[in-house]
Design a protein around this ligand. Structure first.
Ligand SMILES: [Zn+2]
Length: 445
């Protein structure tokens, strides 16, 4: 009798958004073929004993920037080493570029070089000229559009007039808006003022980007989205106050989704003083109270997604802080830090971990149920996770070209053992078995 399945994961603990189940998982070709207790071993060509390990649906990191120190190849490589199986990157339309040009370039670079399946958001730098391109982008399978309410001096700022115009158009075409929500003009004024007063740039940094100005921008973006009838996604929420307008809008039933990142859950202004220019990120690292409020925001469903905001830049720890670029490498530590800090320290449950790293990203960005769940017929994207493996995070062993991590020296318990994308092995017991170019472009619905 021919075997029914190509692969059988035996005796693991399946973790879904609903709970933990002592089930086996059978794979045929690129798909999950069966999830059930006690699937007979003789039905499969290959059996993998995963006793004592968790089986998560593939991790979907929806926030990465493959255009600085890491390109599509190394961003997906470092993410794959961390246990991620799918990425949604930002393609940026720079001034003078159309949406279509930016997206076609990103699809072709990603298809050539990506280790992992990937989708795209479009980031607009010159919204007043570029927003009429939004309908073109949707034809390429891109449906989320990011604008900046901040970075006026860096030339990325979008006024409320053009935020409203673009949200209006996005809503009409069934897309979703996304904003970097900090009040950019007030921030720039404070930077100038502290500069004039001779306050060192690093000491002024958190004060010039205060939580009140993040909360204000989140509130304003949500209000504009409400009157346009436009779904909105708030990436990288960094503070307790930022949760308030999101919680209010959700209570009203508005279509608002929100994300935070491990750096905002675990690091504080102390880490900024330790890592200096390397920890210059926007929004800034804040306080221990903010960390704990964000964990609570995850538990209570105010925050839907945890993603990396992987944006490694070429910078040195002691370079001039004022001129240092914003961003840090985060993709490789996403799952391990969220798991260790969240599940080992009793801030979130295992089903919640799967919700924020896999299920919700898939639902919010139109990949569900193809990805983000362990259902028959879904892509066989799996993370077999060993909760008993201790390890120490260090930039030396990571795969980003940045060469450092803000989590340097952090001890974690638990790491990915074997991961699969569409049935093929990606990471296999500390060996990378995937190859660049094997990842496929995903149209988001
Ligand atoms: Zn980002």
């Amino acid at each position: 009798m021919a075997e029914e399945f190509d692969l059988l994961l035996k005796d693991g603990i399946v973790v879904t958004g609903e709970g933990l189940f002592p089930y086996d998982v059978a794979v045929r070709g690129e798909k999950i073929a069966r999830v059930a207790p006690q699937i007979p071993g003789r039905s499969a060509k290959e059996i993998l004993d995963v006793d004592g390990k968790y089986i998560f649906p593939g991790v979907i990191d929806v926030h990465s920037h493959p255009l600085y120190e890491d390109d599509f190849e190394t961003t997906s490589l470092t993410a794959a080493w961390g246990g991620t199986t799918t990425l949604i990157h930002f393609a940026y339309a720079f001034p003078g570029q159309t949406a279509g040009e930016a997206i076609e370039k990103a699809i072709s670079e990603g298809s050539r070089a990506s280790y992992l399946d990937f989708g795209l958001h479009l980031g607009l730098f010159q919204v007043e000229k570029q927003y009429p391109n939004i309908p073109d982008a949707i034809r390429f399978g891109v449906r989320t559009f990011k604008m900046f309410m901040t970075y006026a001096k860096l030339g990325r700022f979008t006024s409320d007039y053009y935020l409203t115009a673009s949200f209006d158009l996005i809503a009409k075409h069934g897309g979703m808006a996304m904003v970097h929500a900090e009040n950019g003009l007030a921030t720039d004024y404070l930077e100038d003022k502290f500069n004039r007063e001779g306050i060192p740039a690093m000491d002024a940094f958190t004060r010039m980007r205060p939580a009140a100005l993040e909360e204000e921008a989140i509130h304003r973006a949500i209000a504009i989205a409400e009157i346009c009838g436009c779904p909105i996604y708030i990436p990288h929420v960094s503070c307790a106050r930022g949760l308030e307008p999101i919680a209010r809008a959700k209570r009203r039933g508005q279509k608002v989704f929100a994300e935070t990142c491990p750096q905002y859950l675990e690091l504080t202004e102390k880490d900024l003083h330790r890592w200096k220019a390397l920890a210059k990120i926007g929004p800034p690292l804040r306080s221990r109270e903010d960390n704990e409020a964000l964990w609570k925001g995850i538990s209570e469903g105010v925050l839907d997604v945890v993603a990396s905001d992987h944006a490694p830049k070429a910078k040195k720890i002691d370079e001039d802080f004022f001129n240092a670029a914003y961003g840090s490498p985060q993709a490789e530590t996403l799952l391990n830090v969220t798991y260790d800090a969240g599940c080992n320290h009793n801030r979130i449950s295992l089903p919640k971990l799967v919700q924020v790293l896999s299920e919700n990203p898939a639902r919010v960005f139109g990949l569900y149920p193809r990805k983000g769940c362990l259902r028959e017929g879904s892509d066989a994207d799996l993370v077999v996770y060993d909760p008993s493996a201790p390890h120490t995070l260090t930039g030396k062993t990571q795969h980003s070209k940045a060469g450092y991590t803000l989590f340097e020296g952090r001890e974690c318990l638990g790491k990915p053992w074997i991961t699969f994308q569409r049935g093929r092995r990606v990471l296999d017991r500390m060996k990378m078995t995937a190859r660049p170019g094997e990842g496929k472009y995903l149209r988001l619905a």
